[in-house]
Design a protein around this ligand. Structure first.
Ligand SMILES: *[C@@H]1O[C@H](CO)[C@@H](O)[C@H](O)[C@H]1NC(C)=O
Ligand SMILES: *[C@@H]1O[C@H](CO)[C@@H](O)[C@H](O)[C@H]1NC(C)=O
Ligand SMILES: *[C@@H]1O[C@H](CO)[C@@H](O)[C@H](O)[C@H]1NC(C)=O
Length: 467
């Protein structure tokens, strides 16, 4: 059916999850193939099945038969409320949206960004500016040592760190994801998109997103920008791209009182002009070096593929030498409810620290944001101590390692409310119970399981194994 073909083409063009190194041609193909799946699956419940069919099935042929389309489009633009739109046709009437299939309308199926054709429908979600104080006049001082603009960041700096990042949210699953991260005492980075997937504007007080984003900040996660409506840079003017950055700032500042210096380009598309523009705007262009492709595997029967990609990287790696800057998407069910548990359990069992992007780069938290309506609050969150016996980790913990920029390193809390020993010592608030050394705290405050620890002088307040 003709409109379906057009839809699939448009889908490929407008929502390819090409989260790859744009300079690496080998990444392009599987990501492109994945785009259709992403769109199909995502829209499966909410949009695909009830997408209205256009009135004229063969609209394209009709238009072609009726003469010069650009001219026709100009003439009809003012009243084009349900006809064709897009390249070769022109724009819809003011306030109307141009669907990915190239039809004018006003409902979700037409207006959802980034699929809505932003250049042919003023009504597209991505064309709606959020309410809030203008941030465009805030000075773009280059804070810290991490590069602004340019070719971007693909790797963490500190060994032993894994920075798990989530793009495209917040979404319906994000609150549960925050619960999960809290359970593991893990820290993540959220690359927030302001108004994608017809979720509304993130700072709309009638929607749940304000509290979700405030919770992210309150729980020590890093908040970064993934632009206002996830448009393809290559289809925008400089002014439009400026709006994509500034409008997300306005909304985030409205929610937090400050806004980020870290961003990730949608589809990883950011040619030189984009790199330069982001430098001027004061952004760290942040990519990744570990993509589990959860967006391609959002199904119970497929998500193992993503786990395998994770294992391929992390199993057999060495936290004394390695680090990862990972990418996920919190708009996918299996990513949030299945893959995340798997990654976090693996991360900690392999002796890594779960940190934000800023932390894994060694960039102090005050550089992660610019003050807007409020100052940037002090970051006083602790990083869960790494587990295991890696030689490098003891000294990393002692010196603060990558967490030198935070107030310290803590271990998981045991059911008794004491910290579980991470380094074999015990006493003064630290218990051996649940540690890997044994559950007796010796007279000299060392954890162990033999009679030397569990016998005479064993401290029952800091371990349950005393004989
Ligand atoms: C972005 O737009 C360019 C120019 O129209 C196009 O060639 C490319 O396929 C688009 N990429 C995606 C991921 O939509
Ligand atoms: C989680 O992933 C595994 C594959 O790794 C799959 O067998 C299982 O069904 C998934 N669980 C849920 C609840 O979807
Ligand atoms: C952390 O900072 C917040 C405000 O930024 C403050 O309310 C809280 O008391 C601080 N917590 C600690 C443990 O310092």
């Amino acid at each position: 059916m003709r409109w379906l073909d057009a839809f699939i083409l448009a889908a490929c063009a407008s929502r390819t999850a090409a989260h790859a190194d744009p300079n690496d041609p080998h990444h392009a193909l599987p990501k492109l193939a994945g785009a259709r799946r992403f769109l199909n699956e995502f829209n499966g419940q909410r949009r695909w099945q009830n997408r209205p069919r256009p009135l004229q099935e063969s609209g394209t042929e009709q238009a072609a038969a009726e003469g010069p389309v650009e001219k026709r489009a100009q003439l009809e633009e003012r009243q084009n409320t349900d006809g064709n739109c897009g390249p070769g046709y022109g724009s819809c009437a003011t306030g109307y949206c141009c669907s990915p299939e190239g039809w004018c309308g006003t409902t979700e199926d037409y207006c959802t960004s980034p699929d809505c054709q932003i250049n042919y429908g003023t009504g597209c979600d991505g064309n709606q500016k959020p309410a809030g104080v203008d941030t465009s006049t805030v000075a773009r001082t280059k804070l810290g040592k991490i590069a602004y603009g340019g070719v971007g960041i693909y790797d963490c700096v500190n060994t032993g760190d894994i920075a798990i990042t989530f793009d495209d949210g917040p979404w319906d699953y994000t609150n549960d994801l925050l619960d999960k991260l809290a359970d593991y005492q893990a820290k993540a980075t959220f690359f927030i998109t302001g108004t994608n997937l017809h979720k509304g504007q993130i700072n709309d007080p009638s929607l749940p997103w304000v509290s979700v984003i405030q919770r992210m900040a309150a729980e020590g996660h890093q908040i970064a920008s993934h632009t206002w409506s996830h448009e393809n840079y290559s289809t925008l003017t400089t002014a439009q791209y400026n709006n994509q950055i500034i409008w997300n700032e306005i909304a985030l500042n409205d929610i937090l009182g400050y806004f980020p210096t870290y961003m990730r380009p949608p589809y990883s598309i950011c040619p030189t002009a984009c790199e330069n523009q982001l430098k001027t705007l004061g952004y760290h262009v942040t990519y990744f070096d570990l993509d589990t492709e959860g967006y391609l595997n959002d199904d119970p029967t497929l998500i193992q593929n993503s786990k395998d990609i994770w294992d391929e990287a992390v199993d057999g790696s060495n936290p004394c030498q390695d680090n990862y800057l990972n990418i996920e998407h919190d708009i996918h069910y299996q990513t949030v409810y299945n893959l995340t548990d798997y990654m976090l359990a693996s991360l900690f069992s392999h002796g890594y620290r779960s940190v934000t992007v800023g932390q894994c780069l060694g960039d102090p938290p005050e550089n992660w944001y610019r003050a807007g309506s409020s100052t940037v609050p002090a970051y006083n969150f602790t990083t869960r101590a790494p587990t295991g016996t890696w030689a490098c980790l003891a000294s990393a913990t002692a010196t603060g390692g990558s967490t030198a920029t935070t107030t310290g390193v803590t271990t998981p809390t045991s059911t008794s409310g004491l910290q579980v020993s991470a380094d074999g010592t015990c006493g003064s608030g630290v218990t051996c119970d649940g540690s890997e050394y044994g559950n007796c705290c010796s007279v000299n405050s060392w954890c162990g399981a033999s009679v030397d620890y569990c016998g005479s002088g064993c401290q029952p307040a800091f371990g349950s194994g005393c004989s």
